[in-house]
Design a protein around this ligand. Structure first.
Ligand code: KG4
Ligand code: ZN
Length: 324
């Protein structure tokens, strides 16, 4: 089965064709980063108008080697995300599905991030612990089977990616913050200053706003530290909390594997630390499949289609959608 995936939840316009939920036939992404970088963050109206311009050409590119008659479904992100951006993708997906008589599959973006682990030929083992860390989310879940989730904890304030973006701005490292902090940290010394960690013991929830404030205080007081040293200490603090709490939950609940997903999983220190400190196998998508893409949406759509979870023509967007 071949599915076309469409993703327009935030500032990437993406389309992909995936076969049987695992083989990527095409995966096209058009980033708006340069447009939003001028403003230091995403401007929602600019994002939706850019999707309006870019989505059809990106779909045409993704479909260059595939006949429309060979498709078995259209999967599209319905949320969480920016309302105006989601509307563009969902509307286009409906029009294509209607024109070609194909099933329409509305997909939760967060579930898509988890399903990126099925791409590249792997088959994760249930039950597993999933950590989704992106610009808007830090969610820890148990996945007991396809589409069967139990929420353990989420962030009480900033998402991990949001903290990376805000701290990068404080340090004058630019936008998007995650890759900028990772790059700066390479030449920094994380041992010069130990930043606080919010453990929230006895719960699987997270908190990163105190860490962000601690960075702000440190920058104001300077303390002889450069941006690279602070970036290194900050990155280490975020990774320490994410890894410790995920591994602890996985052991406590007898999980078979740990699955990672979301843009922050592109971070090398997070990938390495999780693999080193977990007694269980750790699966993470390759870095380009961690950040927003449509292959993960098409992959997730395949499992929805197999389970008969087909959306109606009244499919709506859900900007505040959660998982489960
Ligand atoms: O999943 P994603 O592409 O979009 C959302 O669904 O939000 O995640 C974007 C987030 C941003 O906050 C970005 O700064 C962060 O992922 N990110 C990283 C890295 N690459 C992207 N954070 C840390 N290290 C990275 N290498
Ligand atoms: Zn995302």
């Amino acid at each position: 089965m071949k599915l076309l995936g469409i993703e327009t939840s935030c500032d990437e316009t993406a389309a992909a064709v995936v076969q049987d939920g695992r083989e990527i036939l095409s995966n096209i992404i058009s980033s708006q980063v340069d447009i939003h970088a001028r403003y230091g963050g995403i401007v929602p109206e600019v994002a939706s108008r850019q999707h309006l311009v870019t989505t059809i050409p990106i779909i045409e590119e993704a479909m260059a080697q595939t006949c429309w008659s060979d498709l078995d479904g259209i999967a599209v992100t319905i949320g969480p995300g920016l309302a105006g951006s989601l509307l563009v993708g969902v509307n286009i997906a409906k029009a294509i599905a209607l024109a070609h008589g194909l099933p329409l599959l509305g997909i939760n973006h967060l579930e898509g991030h988890i399903y990126a682990n099925w791409l590249e030929g792997r088959t994760p083992d249930f039950p597993c612990i999933c950590l989704i860390v992106s610009g808007g989310h830090t969610d820890l879940l148990v996945m007991r089977g396809h589409g069967d989730y139990l929420a353990l904890g989420r962030t009480r304030d900033d998402a991990a990616g949001e903290a990376f973006d805000k701290v990068a701005r404080i340090l004058g490292l630019g936008y998007p913050g995650g890759p900028a902090i990772e790059q700066a940290a390479l030449s920094g010394d994380s041992t010069l200053h130990r930043l606080p960690r919010a453990w929230l013991r006895g719960s699987d929830a997270f908190s990163f706003s105190g860490l962000k404030t601690a960075v702000l205080r440190l920058v104001e007081g300077k303390g002889g530290l450069g941006a690279a040293d602070i970036a290194a200490s900050f990155q280490e603090a975020v990774v320490d909390v994410l890894v410790t709490k995920t591994v602890e939950a996985a052991k406590r609940l007898g999980a078979k594997q740990i699955l990672l997903g979301g843009g922050v999983v592109a971070n090398r220190l997070l990938r390495q630390s999780m693999a080193q400190r977990s007694p269980l196998p750790v699966l993470c998508p390759s870095p380009t499949l961690c950040t927003d893409n449509a292959a993960m949406i098409a992959c997730c759509g395949y499992f929805h289609l197999k389970a008969g979870k087909i959306s109606g023509w009244d499919l709506d967007i859900a900007p505040n959608l959660r998982l489960p």
